[in-house]
Design a binder for this molecule. Structure first.
Ligand code: NAD
Length: 715
């Protein structure tokens, strides 16, 4: 039996129910065969009123086969082009049937799934939040290659189609309806098929219903063809806007823009071929390989629980205690209450704790003013947060997270004074950004119930949580932390203990290299600009100002006092900058009235002119590429060291953690994946060059040589 179930009813309407092997329907070899058989059978029908495409899965149709796409290599261009054209040919034949074809969209229809919908004459979707529609290929470094660009441009016009194509937005059925991407919605799954069939019967005698808009005589693309003066302006502005966003680092949006402009200009069939060529080009890029690997395979692996102990039952958190209602504590309270968890928010005074709760109120008011929340939801969420100054209120918490100052004595003290309030089997977690968990756990009576749950700031926006196991942390405790992160809808990576763990330590090398170049006399504007040109969200000096140089001063002080001076390499440049900026001149960073930059009331900023007198040396000059590589390679080398020494337990955690927690450029697919497509041997030789020129911190970690010898990559 085919994976496309073919059923004809008394009205001569054929319903194709897609039920492919595996959990989802996808555009793979099985699809190509099933679709060809189906189209041929439909074309051969002598009595046919219409066709309905439906799905037997929870989702309607998932999209392209990413495993297949990852394997496309140089030399296979023609073969892959023919394959893409083959899919298009089947969809084209479907939309050219003399009867109406309806997509009955019961679940997510994204990417190839939505392209299949676009090849149907009429699209009806179930109005439910599980139904997401759109063309997110761009987020994986690809383009919608099954006619998605060409059909969207013909359907909506160039200008209106571009945001969906370039941003890869996933939208709900009601938004898709308003945008003209679908035609109807129904409120329950049971209505879907009857409505699809009813529409076919209603339109039995309407010849236009079986003809796609772009195949109708006199079809004009909404908004006009690309050579019209109005769209001329779009074409001039769009590349500039795109370059500003992608910094020229992502080939996919550029290719999509090209194909979309062509689609608004060329005849339909030629435009489809241009789109296929674009698809072939992108599938071969290292950016697509990196992004598919990280954003699809590894992200699914991480969120799917690859690092969670398998044999432990789900560990739901019901009552959460938070110690410290400062910047982090207040954010954790908000995300936990949003997930429906009861929260006790404790600080040294009730006033401080209430101030922490007020942060949630502020976020909710903002959400209400944007139409994203309601007074009712606000009251419900705020009702879950109890601010307090009393330890006794922590009674019965099944998880306590401390977010007090980064001070080991204080953290030890509060562990000892409050762990008695934990419910039976409860877990104690620290949100420390750097202090070793094993050492923190020494104060706990049950170190097996102690763990690190490292949030990122701002907590409500940052998607990552870094979970750190101490030497004695038990599997049940790890499972509890992991499940808590998933309850909050965050992505949890799991790492082993080390000072600075994985993310803080690796991020530290980025700001350290920035500071080194500054003290070498390079222009600070150039350092930050090249950091951005590399694809980091901001340059190393700008981000250091945000996280605060004052905090760096405190860290250095803490580590020195713990006997960990220069644990991860010498930090002379950092000490010099901390002394001259923070200690001597009170320039602790953005929230301390300025640091490397001066900040103005209108939101603008400029480099603090004094920096030039302190460090600038007009004679210091190194190539741009070296600046970029120094900033990137330091971080990649640190990530490799974390893998080599088992701080990182998996490559997937390393890549996802670097992208979501440190700001690794998207095009790299994460710091470890970067090495795979840079080439392991190339990476080794570039490290050797940088080490010879700039110091031994660029020496290539041994693990790279080991992988080369084993003919492996970082997977
Ligand atoms: P913060 O200074 O904003 O807040 C600390 C809060 O702890 C203050 O409100 C303080 O009154 C309270 N506090 C102090 N002693 C207390 C006690 N005995 N009982 C209850 N409350 C007490 O600090 P923060 O930025 O929120 O950082 C808190 C922790 O989170 C630190 O360990 C820090 O390293 C870590 N962290 C910070 C960030 C960040 O970006 N700020 C990111 C990740 C982790």
């Amino acid at each position: 039996m085919s994976v496309f179930n073919y059923e004809k009813d008394a009205d001569s309407i054929v319903t194709i129910t897609m039920d492919m092997t595996g959990p989802v329907n996808a555009m793979n070899a099985e699809f190509r065969e099933a679709m060809l058989d189906t189209v041929e059978k439909l074309e051969a029908e002598t009595e046919l009123t219409g066709v309905v495409f439906a799905s037997a899965k929870k989702t309607f149709f998932a999209g392209g086969d990413l495993n297949e796409l990852l394997k496309v290599e140089e030399g296979q261009e023609q073969e892959f082009f023919d394959l893409v054209q083959g899919i298009k040919d089947r969809l084209r034949r479907l939309e050219k049937l003399p009867v109406p074809v309806v997509a009955a969209i019961n679940g997510a229809g994204l990417g190839g799934g939505f392209e299949l919908c676009l090849s149907c004459n009429h699209r009806i979707a179930l109005n439910h939040r599980s139904v997401q529609l759109g063309l997110p290929e761009v987020t994986l470094g690809l383009l919608p290659g099954a006619g998605g660009i060409v059909r969207m441009v013909n359907l909506l016009g160039l200008q209106n189609a571009l945001p969906y194509l370039l941003e890869g937005k996933r939208i709900s059925p009601d938004k898709a309806l308003a945008a003209g991407m679908i035609h109807e919605t129904v409120e329950s799954p049971d209505e879907l098929l009857p409505r699809a069939k009813a529409w076919i019967l209603e339109n039995k005698d309407n010849e236009e219903a079986a003809v796609q808009p772009w195949d109708r005589e006199g079809h004009k693309i909404p908004g006009g063809a690309s050579y019209t003066p109005k769209l001329g302006q779009v074409q001039v502005a769009a590349p500039a806007m795109l370059a500003q966003k992608t910094r020229g680092l992502l080939p996919a949006p550029e290719e999509i823009l090209d194909c979309a402009v062509e689609a608004a200009h060329l005849d339909f069939e030629t435009a489809l071929r241009v789109e296929s060529r674009g698809m072939v080009k992108l599938a071969l890029t290292k950016e697509a390989k990196n992004m598919i690997t990280a954003f699809f395979f590894q992200l699914n692996k991480v969120n799917g629980g690859a690092s969670r102990p398998k044999d432990v039952e789900p560990q739901q958190t019901k009552k959460l205690g938070i110690l410290g209602a400062g910047m982090m504590g207040q954010g954790i309270a908000y995300v936990a209450a949003k997930a429906g968890i009861e929260v006790v928010l404790k600080d040294i005074s009730l006033e401080a704790a209430e101030k922490g709760k007020a942060y949630s109120e502020m976020l909710l008011d903002k959400a209400i003013s944007r139409g994203r929340s309601t007074e009712e939801k606000k009251a419900q969420l705020l009702g879950l947060i109890k601010p307090t100054a009393s330890d006794e209120d922590l009674q019965g918490c099944d998880l306590i997270v401390e977010a007090v100052f980064e001070n080991i004595e204080l953290k030890h003290k509060i562990t000892q004074s409050t762990e008695q309030y934990l419910a039976e089997g409860g877990v104690w977690a620290s949100n420390t950004s750097t202090l070793p968990i094993t050492q923190l756990a020494e104060a706990a009576s049950k170190p097996e119930d102690f763990i690190g749950i490292h949030f990122f700031s701002p907590v409500d926006k940052m998607p990552l949580i870094e979970i750190i196991t101490g030497e004695k942390t038990s599997d049940t405790t790890l499972a509890k932390a992991f499940d808590f992160a998933r309850q909050l809808n965050k992505t949890p990576i799991v790492v082993n203990d080390s000072m600075g763990f994985y993310t803080s330590r690796t991020y530290g090398t980025f700001i350290d290299e920035g500071v080194r170049m500054l003290t070498e006399g390079l222009d600070p504007v150039r350092i930050d600009s090249l950091g951005k040109a590399l694809g980091m969200p901001v340059g190393p000096l700008a981000v250091h100002d945000e996280t605060s140089i004052e905090l760096t001063r405190k860290f250095l002080e803490t580590w020195d006092s713990m006997g960990m001076k220069d644990r991860w390499g010498e930090q002379e440049a950092m000490r010099d900058v901390v002394q001259k900026l923070v200690v001597d001149r009170g320039r602790g960073g953005r929230h301390h009235g300025g640091g490397f930059y001066e900040y103005h009331e209108d939101g603008s900023k400029n480099i603090w002119p004094g920096l030039k007198d302190l460090y600038f040396n007009a004679g210091a000059s190194i190539p741009d590429q070296d600046i970029k590589d120094r900033l990137l390679f330091r971080q990649v080398i640190e990530a490799l060291k974390c893998l080599q020494t088992n701080v990182l337990r998996s490559v997937a955690d390393g890549n996802i953690g670097s992208i979501m927690g440190i700001g690794a450029p998207f095009w790299t697919g994460g710091f470890l994946q970067f090495v795979n497509t840079y080439g392991l041997e190339n990476f080794q030789s570039r490290c050797a060059e940088l080490a010879a020129e700039y110091g031994e911190r660029f020496e290539c970690p041994q693990i790279v040589a080991e992988k080369i010898a084993a003919q492996e990559t970082f997977v």
